[in-house]
Design a protein around this ligand. Structure first.
Ligand code: ZN
Length: 408
């Protein structure tokens, strides 16, 4: 009896780590799972079976060895194709996007919405939650939770958007409370029918978390992410797999590093910040283009860079932004000593336009970058802030799958 209970308890405590290994693509087979968990084959088999019974993963019933492969063939593990999903939502300067995201960071369905973001945050949060609720109804899948990405630092523990500078929201808007109310009003509930508490994070923090688990940041120990949104610039640091958020959720406000002391005034009160010197609007203006009414600023900047890079004015604008971005990154390298830098939004495209120029600025202008030892890479996930918002919602399941899913 005691022995049985011990084995079950050991198996239960391995459920979360096992799910995380499958979720992040690090356990494609039961043999790898066994090795990664450091348990017996019997325990790993029981753990995989339990995760399958919870509807989270699929265990291939007929193990197949690769042709000519050595050793015993192993059962393949994959994400259950009709498993539960997280409702992910993002509000940005040009509207919103809702999505359903399964394990493995897979976007199952998505619905964009374009609007002038109203000064009342409840209106846009209601709209994005309604879009997400519609996707859920259409999918018929269970919902494990809901996460929201916002273009603002989010103060903890209050869950308020402290500096939504590029949308017209009042500083300190109670976004978590509003999100939770919207979810209840739209009839979105948890896997056992319980009310959900909405989870909220800064969009670049969430992008970094998603890239660390599923994209360009995998395996990095000290991952620095810098990205433009539709407006402005944000940064994030993932330390040993966890977001570094500071004492009150407000760390890594890299957008307000000065990279041009003679630059124009910034909405933060300083001048020439990374935020206004290297964002999509800055690129359009540096290239002598007026932002048009069609499409978001981010899309217009991307299109210009991709389609007219051969134009001297566009090339010069790209060089200018790369140099200023490199200056900002060099300062961050000295302070944070990351083992990898990933760039998102327009910064990803600037890196891809001229990787040598950006890497050279980082190397020349930083103590620790001089050796060239800090890889600077583009983000690889589509909609990484949304995937990261879903990660917030998946965390309870990853921590304790039985508790999260079998409570009802
Ligand atoms: Zn500023």
């Amino acid at each position: 009896m005691t022995q049985t209970r011990t084995r079950l308890e050991r198996g239960r405590s391995a459920l979360g780590p096992a799910l995380e290994l499958v979720h992040t693509g690090r356990a494609p087979t039961r043999a790898v799972l066994t090795a990664e968990l450091g348990v017996t084959r019997a325990t790993a088999g029981a753990v995989a079976a339990e995760l399958e019974a919870l509807g989270l993963i699929q265990v291939d019933s007929r193990p197949l060895g690769a042709a000519g492969a050595q050793g015993r063939p192993s059962h393949r593990l994959s994400i259950a194709p009709r498993g539960p999903v997280a409702l992910a939502a993002q509000v940005h300067a040009d509207g919103f996007r809702a999505a359903l995201v399964g394990l493995g960071g897979r976007i199952v369905a998505t619905a964009p919405g374009c609007m002038t973001v109203p000064a009342d945050p409840a209106q846009v949060i209601d709209a994005v939650v309604e879009a997400g609720a519609r996707l859920l109804r259409e999918s018929g899948r269970r919902c494990v939770g809901a996460g929201l990405a916002v273009p603002s630092a989010v103060a903890e523990p209050e869950g308020t958007a402290l500096n939504p500078l590029h949308i017209a929201w009042p500083a300190g808007a109670p976004v978590r409370e509003l999100f939770t109310e919207s979810l209840a009003a739209a009839g979105v509930h948890g896997p056992s029918g319980e009310p959900l508490t909405g989870l909220v994070g800064n969009d670049v923090n969430l992008a970094a978390l998603a890239e660390h688990r599923h994209g360009a940041g995998r395996g990095a120990q000290h991952l620095l992410c810098v990205a433009t949104g539709h407006r402005g610039v944000g940064g994030a640091l993932v330390l040993d797999g966890r977001l570094h958020t500071g004492s009150a959720g407000l760390a890594m406000e890299v957008g307000h590093l000065t990279v041009n002391p003679e630059g124009p005034p910034c909405h933060c009160g300083s001048r020439g910040c990374l935020d206004i010197e290297t964002d999509p609007l800055a690129f359009l203006l540096a290239a002598g283009r007026d932002p048009g009414p069609e499409g978001s600023l981010l899309q217009q900047a991307r299109d210009l860079l991709r389609e007219e890079y051969g134009e001297p004015s566009v090339r010069a604008a790209a060089d200018l932004l790369i140099d200023r971005l490199g200056l900002g990154l060099a300062g961050l390298v000295n302070i944070l000593n990351p083992d990898r830098i990933i760039l998102g939004g327009l910064h990803r495209e600037l890196l891809e336009a001229d990787p040598e120029r950006l890497r050279a600025v980082v190397a020349e202008r930083s103590l620790w970058g001089r050796s060239g030892g800090v890889p600077v890479l583009p983000c690889t996930l589509d909609h990484n802030s949304l995937v990261g918002a879903a990660e917030l919602a998946w965390q309870a399941v990853l921590d304790d799958p039985l508790q999260a899913l079998a409570a009802g």
